[in-house]
Design a protein around this ligand. Structure first.
Ligand SMILES: *[C@@H]1O[C@H](CO)[C@@H](O)[C@H](O)[C@H]1NC(C)=O
Ligand SMILES: *[C@@H]1O[C@H](CO)[C@@H](O)[C@H](O)[C@H]1NC(C)=O
Ligand SMILES: *[C@@H]1O[C@H](CO)[C@@H](O)[C@H](O)[C@H]1NC(C)=O
Ligand SMILES: *[C@@H]1O[C@H](CO)[C@@H](O)[C@H](O)[C@H]1NC(C)=O
Ligand SMILES: *[C@@H]1O[C@H](CO)[C@@H](O)[C@H](O)[C@H]1NC(C)=O
Ligand SMILES: *[C@@H]1O[C@H](CO)[C@@H](O)[C@H](O)[C@H]1NC(C)=O
Ligand SMILES: *[C@@H]1O[C@H](CO)[C@@H](O)[C@H](O)[C@H]1NC(C)=O
Ligand SMILES: *[C@@H]1O[C@H](CO)[C@@H](O)[C@H](O)[C@H]1NC(C)=O
Ligand SMILES: *[C@@H]1O[C@H](CO)[C@@H](O)[C@H](O)[C@H]1NC(C)=O
Ligand SMILES: *[C@@H]1O[C@H](CO)[C@@H](O)[C@H](O)[C@H]1NC(C)=O
Ligand SMILES: *[C@@H]1O[C@H](CO)[C@@H](O)[C@H](O)[C@H]1NC(C)=O
Length: 857
């Protein structure tokens, strides 16, 4: 019964599809940039692609009956006795009733049905189940699929497809409980023999889909394969290599499956290498990524060969761009997150050209001549014009053709722009070029000189970095941080061998403003003098307090930073042009009576073949790797004492959330080796928490209850490391008794309470006198007479919070009026240490340190 229903439902769908298709008659349809040419534009009256009417024609299996379906004369073949009222594509008749686990061979189908396209109507399956459709395209063909209808093929849970999907290898993945796509979901694959997987991983009563397939010509303008000139990188899913020598008449880059939906959770790298004296011009002519998924679906362009090279452009949603770059290496990274309904995005296509830098540079000449006035007003500058047409110079002019005539001064306002770089090459050549950073109220400015060239002799040219702004030539408000005198130069990173590369120095302002000035010598040298400065603004209310000595260390203070917030991996601009290993620390410093909770919550998926794996267990998470930790990207949670609580690397997402609760400073250390670095996002919160705060009391008696912690704070599986110290002192001679109780029965190493002699220097806990373990259940410790100061310390290490009650009380003895010699103790316990004489008269309870970690494993 279910099958009959399914078929009739599919028929309804089909006719509506065709109705739509007829209206649009074979035109290429453009809807929010997705190009869609219907595979088949049928006639109204037909039942389906191959069946003209359900009856009225001679039956192949019964010569005396005329009650069988009439098939399309070319390409349609009767389904036979099994379904006398239906026809199918010739070559596929045997699958009329069960179109599952089949091969669709382009050549075979064409020879039998004279058609290079057809339809797939899956059988109605009860899940869990699966079907595969193997496509064998002919030479010069790619596989195209248009999906119109889904019934119980998984569902989208807001993040990804769950329970089932339809995925074309090398193309996208779709799912849906009950979807009619009036504009079909379009998928393409360029694999040699792609397989369409219908995967149902949950129990369903009826799972089915309807799609049209086509073996399209790779050369077609609308449905062909746009990629041109590159070489696929061996053993990678979608990485490409583009070289200038292969792109003499232009290359094209595209996302996998373009112009169809791209596969989920992939990362493609397009490495572009130009020859000497070439610049790279890349134009993203179509970009369509899902809206509001900029963190997972984006295109990043780096000016170098790795993703740790400086980021030039970041594109997402519909942003298009074109840029010209004069370096030798450019890297385009395309990243895709999970699929997003209604599956109406399709990635990007970009043209790539290598522009040879000739000795003639018309743009340069025109620009210079249009601004002759400048040259004449500054005659010294004009002298060297002819000489300056050396290769380097011309190349530089190619770099930024759009802004060639713009001034070499730049003023950046923190409200609008937070980071960038300023290159004076290709700008007007005045004798002074300024970069002025004007930050917002809480900003500080940060710059580094990525590259520069000062060729004049004897400090005739210079670059100077100022903290502040040079108002009207008055230097009084600005402080010089650095002055670089000519001759001096720093090559751009792409010209430096990786192993000899040294990070540029970073300069930071104290206030919101900053200035960098390039002063060029009067004698224009053959070599252009320039500076290329990277900059960013930092607002410590948003990003923590920046540490002057490091590029990316920040501090969050319990009292001055926002109480709650989110931190992420360092943003690329932060790291400037840094290649190679780098560490960034985000410190969290709770105030007295505060603790901080940090929870690593999410990160995007990383490469499948990661050399490092995260393993979590009773004592936190560890990084397990063949290689040294220094050479893999990882993340550490570290306590103030340097104790590594947790190490995360590789695809650590499965272990999340991972957290820490601490009463003392802790930090997240993000380490990048030479690669892109891990992504992470962590939430932090400073909370009022006096449990292990700093307490001073002179009370002769008191009580501490350690069980309170168990019920507060984290709901995760917990891991505690605690170290609390109490100093008990007295103003008068006394007999001190300490009573400790616990209802737990844990090993001594899990937690214990120790009583120590007081030590005046350094750690107050001197030699140990007694130990209480939770298995002792209940114990009274009576200290020797006149042992007025003792230290009680709690140490814990484990997944459960220690539960205990500690009470202390003092007995003053009348005999304390003795003027000489120790009086006999009422309860003699430790006479040998009783002769230490009076100690400082003080009762102090010092909760020195307590750390609790919660590790979600
Ligand atoms: C062939 O069709 C005729 C007419 O519909 C029918 O009477 C006859 O039983 C059929 N023969 C077979 C073998 O099905
Ligand atoms: C298709 O083949 C797979 C194995 O290749 C099998 O598990 C599955 O049950 C088959 N599907 C149907 C509907 O027969
Ligand atoms: C959605 O499904 C994916 C894949 O099964 C899973 O990883 C993810 O956690 C789910 N998200 C939600 C919000 O349930
Ligand atoms: C779906 O089911 C197949 C076969 O039962 C299994 O190999 C695959 O891992 C499952 N996938 C998911 C995401 O559960
Ligand atoms: C990729 O593999 C092909 C054939 O397996 C080989 O000819 C080619 O040289 C390889 N390319 C690279 C860059 O290794
Ligand atoms: C980039 O391509 C678009 C569309 O083809 C074109 O309009 C634009 O002029 C190109 N930009 C550049 C800088 O070539
Ligand atoms: C990207 O496009 C959005 C609007 O679609 C626009 O607001 C944003 O400024 C663009 N970003 C870039 C970098 O072009
Ligand atoms: C020439 O330079 C002057 C001074 O920098 C500037 O104001 C003017 O706009 C420039 N003219 C052109 C055509 O670029
Ligand atoms: C360790 O290194 C060897 C060789 O370098 C490699 O075959 C193996 O897979 C590595 N193991 C892990 C866990 O990375
Ligand atoms: C400890 O001392 C208190 C008060 O003197 C007493 O009530 C309690 O029973 C004692 N506990 C033990 C285990 O001796
Ligand atoms: C007390 O506990 C700490 C931390 O759990 C442990 O390192 C130490 O060895 C323990 N001391 C004794 C005496 O068991």
């Amino acid at each position: 019964m279910a099958i009959v229903e399914a078929v009739s439902e599919m028929s309804t769908t089909r006719s509506s599809v065709w109705l739509g298709a007829v209206l649009f008659v074979a035109t290429t349809l453009v809807h929010s940039q997705v190009t869609w040419t219907p595979i088949y534009v049928g006639s109204y009256s037909q039942v389906d692609l191959w069946t003209q009417t359900t009856n009225g024609c001679a039956c192949s299996f019964n010569s005396s009956s005329n009650e069988c379906a009439c098939c399309v004369p070319s390409g349609g073949c009767s389904c036979g006795a099994a379904s006398p009222d239906r026809c199918a594509q010739c070559g596929l008749e045997q699958y009329c009733a069960n179109m599952c686990n089949i091969t669709l061979d382009s050549r075979q189908l064409f020879s039998k049905s004279d058609r290079g396209f057809g339809q797939i109507k899956s059988p109605s399956l009860e899940g869990p189940s699966r079907c595969t459709y193997r496509f064998v395209p002919d030479t010069g063909q790619r596989v195209e699929l248009q999906i119109y209808r889904l019934i119980s093929i998984g569902r989208h849970n807001g993040t990804a497809c769950e329970g089932g999907w339809l995925q074309l290898e090398g193309g996208g993945r779709v799912c849906g409980l009950n979807e009619r796509f009036d504009r079909p979901v379009v998928l393409f694959s360029d694999r040699s023999v792609p397989i369409l997987h219908m995967q149902i991983n949950e129990s369903t009563t009826r799972s089915q889909f309807l799609a049209y397939f086509s073996f399209s010509s790779k050369a077609s303008v609308s449905v062909g394969w746009p990629v041109k000139g590159g070489d696929p990188k061996n053993n990678t899913e979608c990485d490409w290599i583009y070289k200038d020598t292969d792109c003499l008449d232009g290359c094209v880059l595209a996302s996998p499956g373009y112009p169809g939906l791209y596969p989920p959770n992939i990362r493609c790298l397009y490495s572009i290498t130009s020859g000497p004296r070439m610049s790279i011009a890349i134009n993203f002519t179509a970009v369509l990524l899902p809206e509001k998924h900029c963190t997972s679906d984006y295109i990043a362009v780096y000016s170098g060969s790795t993703t740790s090279s400086p980021l030039l452009k970041m594109l997402c949603f519909k942003n298009k761009t074109s840029l010209t770059y004069s370096g030798r290496k450019l890297l385009v990274e395309f990243r895709a997150g999970p699929e997003v309904p209604p599956f109406d995005y399709n990635g990007f296509v970009a043209t790539l050209n290598f522009i040879e830098i000739t000795t003639e540079a018309p743009t340069t000449v025109t620009t210079d001549s249009t601004n002759k006035s400048l040259d004449t007003t500054k005659p010294i500058n004009a002298v060297g014009y002819n000489v300056r047409y050396n290769n380097r110079d011309l190349q530089d002019h190619r770099k930024d053709q759009g802004s060639i005539s713009s001034s070499c001064d730049l003023e950046v306002h923190g409200e609008k722009v937070r980071a960038g770089h300023h290159d004076t090459r290709g700008k007007l050549k005045s004798t002074a070029c300024r970069l002025v950073l004007r930050g917002r109220a809480y900003d500080t400015g940060h710059v580094s000189l990525a590259s520069y060239n000062l060729s004049a002799q004897g400090c005739q040219s210079s670059i100077e970095v100022f903290d502040g702004v040079l108002e009207g030539g008055m230097l009084s408000t600005a402080r010089s941080l650095e002055r670089i005198c000519s001759p001096a130069r720093r090559l751009p990173p792409e010209f430096v061998q990786q192993d000899t590369y040294v990070e540029p120095k970073r300069y930071s302002s104290n206030g919101r403003d900053m200035t960098v000035v390039l002063r060029r010598s009067a004698n224009s040298p053959a070599d252009e003098e320039y500076m290329d400065v990277s900059y960013y603004f930092h607002d410590e209310r948003e990003g923590g307090t920046q540490q002057p000595a490091s590029v990316c260390d920040v501090e969050y203070y319990g009292l001055t930073s926002p109480v709650k917030g989110t931190v992420v991996h360092p943003e690329p601009h932060r790291l400037f042009a840094m290649e190679g290993p780098i560490k960034c620390r985000q410190h969290f410093i709770p105030a007295a009576n505060q603790s901080v909770i940090i929870r690593v919550e999410s990160s995007s998926k990383h490469s499948p073949n990661n050399p490092c794996q995260t393993k979590c267990g009773d004592s936190g998470c560890n990084c397990v790797s063949n290689m040294t930790l220094e050479s893999v990207d990882h993340l550490l949670l570290v306590s103030e004492t340097g104790h590594i609580v947790t190490c995360l690397c590789g695809n650590y997402q499965d272990w999340l959330p991972v957290g820490i609760r601490s009463w003392t400073p802790v930090y997240i250390e993000w380490s990048r080796s030479s690669k892109a670095g891990l992504n992470f996002r962590a939430a932090y919160e400073f909370i009022k928490d006096s449990y292990c705060g700093y307490h001073t009391t002179t009370k002769p008696e008191g009580e501490v209850n350690g069980g309170d912690l168990a019920s507060s704070g984290l709901k995760l599986n917990q891991f505690y490391q605690q170290k609390c110290t109490w100093i008990l002192d007295s103003l008068t001679d006394r007999q001190l008794t300490i009573e400790v109780k616990s209802t737990q029965s844990r090993p001594c190493t899990a937690w214990n309470l120790t009583i120590h002699e007081y030590s005046r220097n350094g750690d107050p806990a001197g030699p140990r006198l007694y130990t209480f373990c939770s298995r002792n259940t209940h114990k009274n410790f009576t200290l020797p007479w006149k042992t007025n100061t003792v230290v009680v310390r709690l140490q814990a290490l484990g997944r459960t919070a220690p539960e205990y009650t500690m009470k202390w009380w003092s007995q003053s003895v009348i005999a304390n009026t003795h003027k000489s010699g120790p009086s006999p103790a009422p309860n003699h316990v430790l006479s040998s240490s009783a002769g230490n004489g009076p100690r400082e008269m003080r009762i102090l309870i010092l909760f020195a340190m307590l750390l609790a970690y919660a590790v979600g494993c």
